[in-house]
Design a protein around this ligand. Structure first.
Ligand SMILES: Nc1ncnc2c1ncn2[C@@H]1O[C@H](COP(=O)(O)OP(=O)(O)O)[C@@H](O)[C@H]1O
Ligand SMILES: [Mg+2]
Length: 461
């Protein structure tokens, strides 16, 4: 049975650029400030008071008409002024601009969030608090993917509602999805498959280094190829992870706080448990110990794993794969198969997610949940994840057969790097069953360490 209570559905940030005005999904702030319904989850209720979604207070509210966001406009945020340069992208509730501090000249990214309600404004300020907390969490780890630490933030009350501005570190590069589509990550000197593994390994190394820190405090909940940025500069790849608008306190989440919020983020990167929660509600997820544990612990690991696999699949099909030995031929065949299974998964996930977005945009959220529950949507996703894992295992077995001499395969080099990437993906992509023991971000990072793979995490590609 689908849950008939839609109040936990949250805003989904990354799929569509259109602000979803014709339906209203309660914000994080709302979920936090509302009283918990009549003792439904006493454990979760106790957690509400413990800063589940945010940190300490951070707000400058004043009443004035907001300056238009446009090139060369000057805006004030919390007593600092910034000059806007160019539009970096659209957030679902406003735009993100590259700007410079008029006093110091420092380049930053300025995110605007417009909201007509107090709750929307609170949610935006909570994002600012999370970005500030990240700075306290991570001190100068150069192996890490870049993170959008907070510079300052403030809210202005205008005649039409609230405008919150978040000034944060500017992360260079383009969204991964865009970079893949534009062919920015192809290297013409290397065999496409060797390049695909080098990009995937670098991404895994930097993202896992960042997530080792981040996960001690937050679940991001919206890791995907729109929120991972990548820059290629003189052959070096630098990744960044942005958009902490849906992040939650990880300790509280694990201890049962997950019951307080609905499935969030981009459904194409969801776990089986997210689909179960979405289609059938909290009680259905609580009834399945394994899936509950997946949801409480591994959502970011899984969605990052799918983002890396997407990168690997897109880049490795990027040219003719002409083998130079028997073992190499077997490895190419298994990778081709993996690419095929990925494509099928992606078509299925995209079609499913599009149905959800269409239903929400036409005010049919309960209907789509009932439909997906009847279709056992979580089981269909489970079947795809099983197939992806089988294909990963087969690829891993074939790469293990490649000679491990210096040079190894003529086009791919030694197999260590590919094996490290494939093993890491096997830790990350979940079928909802407890096969992975204690493995997490640390183990992923270890598999991609310089001594294991022979390349530094920031090696040129
Ligand atoms: N710190 C940043 N540095 C550089 N670009 C950014 C930064 N934050 C956001 N952007 C750009 O703005 C776009 C939208 O920002 P995001 O925070 O993901 O908004 P939303 O929450 O609506 O998804 C991103 O896809 C990216 O292109
Ligand atoms: Mg985003």
């Amino acid at each position: 049975m689908a849950s008939d209570d839609s109040s936990d559905d949250e805003y989904w940030g990354s799929y569509t650029r259109t602000p979803q005005e014709n339906f209203s999904i309660p914000s994080l702030g709302q979920a936090r400030s509302e009283p918990w319904p009549g003792g439904r989850e006493s454990e979760a209720a106790q957690l509400v008071g413990k800063e589940f979604f945010g940190g300490c207070s951070l707000s400058t509210t004043c009443s004035q008409d907001a300056t238009e966001m446009e090139t060369d406009a000057t805006v004030s945020v919390d007593s600092q002024t910034f000059k806007l340069h160019n539009l970096l992208g659209f957030g679902s509730f406003g735009s993100v601009w590259m700007a410079s501090c008029t006093a110091s000249g420092r380049i930053i990214a300025l995110k605007e969030v417009q909201s007509s309600s107090n709750e929307g404004m609170e949610a935006a300020m909570l994002e600012a608090k999370r970005l500030r907390a990240l700075r306290e969490l991570i001190q100068d780890d150069r192996a890490c993917a870049a993170l959008p630490y907070l510079v300052c933030a403030g809210t202005v009350l205008t005649s039409t509602g609230y405008r919150t501005l978040l000034a944060m570190e500017h992360i260079p590069g383009a969204p991964l999805q865009q970079a893949l589509e534009a062919g920015q990550l192809c290297a013409h000197k290397l065999h496409p498959m060797a390049q695909a593994f080098r990009v995937a390994a670098t991404m895994l190394g930097q993202i896992s280094a960042a997530m080792c820190h981040v996960s001690s405090r937050f679940f991001h909940r919206d890791v995907n190829s729109h929120n991972i940025l990548v820059q290629v500069m003189t052959g070096q790849l630098s990744f960044g992870l942005i958009d902490f608008g849906l992040a939650v306190d990880s300790e509280i989440w694990r201890a049962g706080g997950w019951r307080m919020a609905g499935a969030a983020g981009d459904g194409r990167y969801w776990t089986i448990s997210s689909w179960l929660l979405f289609s059938r509600g909290t009680d259905a997820l609580s009834a399945d110990q394994d899936l509950q544990s997946e949801y409480a612990n591994f959502i970011d690991l899984h969605s990052a794993g799918l983002s890396v696999l997407q990168t690997l699949a897109v880049l490795s099909k990027d040219g003719p794969l002409v083998p130079t030995c028997k073992e190499e031929e077997a490895a190419f065949l298994t990778m081709e198969h993996l690419g095929e299974v990925w494509k099928q998964y992606w078509c299925h996930a995209s079609a499913c997610w599009q149905q959800v977005l269409d239903a929400f945009n036409s005010d049919a959220r309960n209907e789509i949940k009932v439909k997906l529950a009847e279709e056992m949507v979580h089981d269909t996703f489970a079947a795809y994840f099983v197939r992806l894992r089988v294909a990963l295992e087969q690829a891993l077995a074939s790469f293990r057969c490649l000679p491990d001499t210096s040079g190894g395969s003529r086009v791919l080099g030694g197999p260590k790097l590919a094996c490290g990437v494939l093993e890491a993906l096997l830790i990350m992509i979940s079928t909802g069953r407890p096969w992975r023991g204690q493995a997490g971000w640390k183990e992923v990072g270890q598999l991609l360490s310089e001594e294991k793979t022979g390349i530094a995490s920031d090696a040129s590609v």
